[in-house]
Design a protein around this ligand. Structure first.
Ligand code: DX5
Ligand code: ZN
Length: 221
């Protein structure tokens, strides 16, 4: 399966959002990852649907929304309307996961389940038929720039086995960088989300190209 790169806007310069988005779009990123945080599910506030709508109307890049809020179901219609291309809700906070995933899909949006580092994969096993992708958190959500939690590699491998025979997209989010993308691709990750490693580098296009090269070569081993 091919690798997709998703720069996370959380690490961008918020005073020049349009230029930041244009830069990674020109740099060949397939997706733009958008971290929506409410200060309750995670101890940080970021941005919400109005910013997502503004980005959607000023760029063509596919938007990948990651909801870190206590009331994910309440935001779905607004984000589907933006539109986003993908929308992930956390397994830890979504009481009616099957219904929520179906609602996302019925809006023509790919539905994803995000899972925290210490949450068991068994929590989402029965929901796989309604999920287009799984978003494996490799840091505790809330902030960019944290160190990758190495146990995530084993979790990605186990999920790839659990989904054997399917084309499940496994996304990994948190501390993804040039040094670990090859192992992530080898473990079975297909979407690599990176904030600081892309927006923190002066030349975003080169950062994207180098990560893609490292992930592709590593993933073929
Ligand atoms: C963390 C967010 C991540 C974050 C990743 O809660 O979900 O998407 O932006 O940032 P880096 O790549 O800097 O760890
Ligand atoms: Zn995220």
């Amino acid at each position: 399966m091919s690798i997709r790169l998703a720069p996370s806007l959380l690490a961008a310069d918020f005073s020049r959002l349009a230029e930041e988005v244009a830069e990674v779009e020109r740099g060949g990123a397939e997706l733009l990852h958008l971290d929506i945080m409410d200060g309750h599910f995670v101890p940080n506030l970021s941005f919400g649907p109005p910013i997502v709508h503004a980005i959607a109307s000023h760029s063509k890049i596919a938007l990948d929304a990651h909801l870190m809020v206590t009331n994910p179901a309440d935001l779905i219609d607004d984000l589907v309307a933006a539109p986003v291309a993908r929308l992930a809700v956390h397994v830890e906070i979504c009481d009616h996961l099957q219904r929520t995933l179906e609602t996302i899909r019925s809006g023509g949006v790919e539905a994803g389940i995000a899972i925290n580092p210490a949450s068991a994969l068994s929590l989402l096993e029965d929901a796989l038929p309604w999920a287009d992708f799984i978003l494996i958190m490799s840091v505790n959500p809330g902030f960019g720039g944290q160190d990758f939690i190495p146990e995530t590699l084993g979790k990605i491998k186990r999920l790839r086995q659990m989904a054997a025979g399917t084309q499940l997209d496994i996304a990994v989010d948190g501390g993804v960088c040039l040094e670990n993308v090859a192992s992530l691709a080898n473990a079975g990750a297909t979407t690599l989300i990176a904030g600081s490693a892309i927006f923190g580098s002066r030349d975003r296009a080169s950062a994207i190209a180098e990560m893609r090269r490292a992930a592709t070569v590593g993933g073929e081993q």
